[in-house]
Design a protein around this ligand. Structure first.
Ligand code: UDP
Length: 245
């Protein structure tokens, strides 16, 4: 097992993971594949919390760059994460995985509000809990939402599925000599501005000692592989057992 004594994880997927080969939006076949990854994590005996971004639909920063009011645009981004969460709920239910969506922006007709104790109960009953709408406030991201929920729900690790297989010392898509860290400290990530999650999310994980596992979500079966300790990933953590900084 990658992280011994791990009972509960939070998996963060960016909205772009849901697009498949499209340039925009939700590809149901891709969402179903991702749902299989989530199910595999649950089948391995873990309690699973999920946070999905909204970048496949709308990002506040992009709206603001085109002249929109930033806060207004951010609320649109948060609504996009609710759509993605509902799509994932539907896919998980197709696989027989009981799921609840809890949104930081209340919308009683479509999902529950975020209620920590209720979320606890869902997890105890074997349900996946998808936390939507980030932290519920503009000027934040779903990375921060993921870190917040991971802390609140006392998750043992935050798994960040991305398009690369870990954290590198420079951009591996631009520099063929880029070196991937097996482990790296929170402080180095922050000091060197390494691409993991935004700074507030990394700081929240550091302050609450939640390891961040960065891995590629593009390879099928990778969530289970990484969790079993047979995958490729970077662990951002406090202690650096391998002696790296
Ligand atoms: N957002 C926000 N507050 C939050 C979470 C998200 O304002 O707590 C908005 C913000 O505009 C962001 C958008 O929702 O750009 C989509 O989230 P994010 O960019 O984190 O999605 P991802 O990159 O993970 O797909």
């Amino acid at each position: 097992m990658l992280l011994p004594d791990t009972k509960r994880i939070l998996l963060k997927l960016s909205g772009e993971c849901l697009m498949g080969d499209e340039d925009y939006g939700i590809d149901p076949a891709t969402v179903l594949e991702l749902a299989k990854e989530v199910k595999a994590a649950q089948d391995s005996g873990l309690e699973v919390c999920l946070v999905i971004g909204g970048g496949n639909i709308f990002r506040g920063m992009a709206g603001a760059a085109q002249g929109m009011d930033r806060a207004q645009a951010d609320y649109m981004g948060m609504l996009a994460t609710v759509m993605n969460s509902l799509a994932m709920q539907s896919a998980l239910e197709q696989l027989g995985v009981h799921t609840r969506v809890q949104s930081a922006i209340q919308m009683d007709e479509v999902c529950e509000p975020v209620i920590r104790r209720r979320a606890e109960r869902h997890l105890e009953k074997g349900r996946v809990v998808i936390f939507a709408a980030g932290v519920g406030s503009p000027y934040f991201t779903t990375d921060s939402g993921a870190a917040l929920r991971a802390a609140e729900m006392k998750c043992d690790a935050l798994l960040k599925g991305t398009s690369v297989d870990g954290v590198y010392d420079s951009d591996p898509k631009k520099n063929s000599d880029a070196k991937r860290f097996d482990t790296v400290s929170y402080d180095k990530v922050l000091a060197d501005n390494l691409k993991v999650m935004d700074a507030s999310a990394v700081a929240l994980c550091r302050d609450n000692d939640i390891p961040i596992v960065v891995f590629s979500i593009r390879e099928k079966g990778n969530v289970a592989r990484v969790l079993a300790g047979n995958g490729v990933q970077t662990i951002v953590q406090k202690d650096n057992r391998n002696g790296e900084v």
